[in-house]
Ligand binder design. Structure first.
Ligand SMILES: Nc1ncnc2c1ncn2[C@@H]1O[C@H](COP(=O)(O)OP(=O)(O)OP(=O)(O)O)[C@@H](O)[C@H]1O
Length: 302
């Protein structure tokens, strides 16, 4: 049975939908990544699920949830920009949060020690939070979200503001936690989703444009792509390639143009014909397997 079921969930701001009739459900024990570019509606979705904002329409149901139950009982939430009292120690902060969650003094103490251990902060527990690194603060934030034994842990962009060391700390912790927790986290970094999640929900302009297990999606989008390198003037060649009939998407990074096509062989023919006719200064031409990023580009361009 699904742990969480979301039905036609919508949030309008000033008459415009930030999240537009989304539907999904997931099973307990999974780690799900909510992926989307900036402004796709990830934070709005998580805030509705956690009960922080009211949907304009639609519903969120937890398995075992009774009528008029407060959904916050079931969910632990780490916001994108968590706020801590810098003058408190990590331990004091967790006890404080535990008391706010109605734990007895004894329970709050016990749970705090357990969670400090779980997120690897036992040694730093008596240090002021103001002295913690970014990664330590996020780990404390995750402990805070778990204080009341939630069934689902929701993390909004848990690693996007961290340096590489902090990112590694938090991703490793998520890998460990997903062994015994259901986790839903948002990110716009596909590599992070690829690394820790079992399932993806791809959000674009407030709608879910793709979803499924990593395996299913890899299979579905398993396709080849063409990568081209030029001496210079990439923008000009990108525009030309984009106009070829078989080309579906054409993206560009510093020195490479990535081409996805309905039929890779036709695209190869068209590109090479144009390159030969117009004597393009190509330095490399390769056909490779598409990455998760290419899948994303293809899904949002449909
Ligand atoms: N309180 C608000 N009032 C008006 N518009 C809002 C409000 N909150 C969000 N929006 C708009 O809703 C859309 C979705 O925003 P949201 O923050 O959910 O996206 P996001 O995917 O989390 O983006 P980011 O990665 O930048 O955090 C955006 O266009 C945003 O400007």
């Amino acid at each position: 049975m699904a742990l969480l079921t979301v039905n036609n969930l919508t949030k309008n701001y000033d008459g415009k939908p930030a999240v537009n009739e989304i539907n999904f459900q997931f099973q307990p024990g999974k780690c799900i990544a909510l992926i989307g570019p900036n402004g796709a509606g990830k934070t709005t979705t998580l805030r509705m699920l956690s009960g922080l904002i009211k949907p304009s329409s639609g519903s969120v149901t937890f398995s075992g949830m009774k009528q008029n139950d407060d959904i916050r009982k079931y969910i632990g939430y780490l916001p994108q920009y968590p706020v801590f009292y810098a003058w408190m120690t990590g331990k004091e902060f967790l006890i404080y949060v535990g008391r706010l969650a109605h734990l007895s003094k004894e329970e709050a103490n016990k749970r705090t020690e357990m969670l400090l251990e779980r997120v690897g902060l036992t040694e730093a527990k008596n240090r002021r939070i103001g002295k913690y690194s970014g990664g330590m603060k996020q780990r404390l934030g995750i402990a805070q979200a778990m204080i009341h034994h939630p069934k689902l842990l929701m993390l909004d962009e848990p690693v996007s503001s961290l340096d590489p060391i902090g990112r590694r700390e938090v991703l490793t912790l998520m890998e460990e936690l997903k062994e015994d927790m259901t986790i839903l986290f948002s990110t716009h970094i596909l590599g992070d989703a690829d690394e820790v999640s079992d399932e993806l929900l791809l959000l674009h302009e407030g709608k879910i444009v793709e979803s499924g297990s990593m395996e299913e999606l890899r299979h579905k989008y398993q396709t080849a792509k063409i990568e081209l390198r030029f001496q210079d003037d990439l923008v000009n060649y990108r525009a030309k390639i984009d106009n070829l009939p078989s080309v579906v998407t054409c993206s560009m990074d510093r020195n490479t143009i990535h081409v996805m096509a309905t039929d890779i062989l036709s695209a190869r023919k068209e590109i090479l014909a144009a390159a030969s006719k117009e004597e393009w200064p190509l330095t490399s031409f390769a056909i490779n397997r598409a990455s998760l990023e290419d899948m994303f580009m293809k899904a949002v361009s449909n």
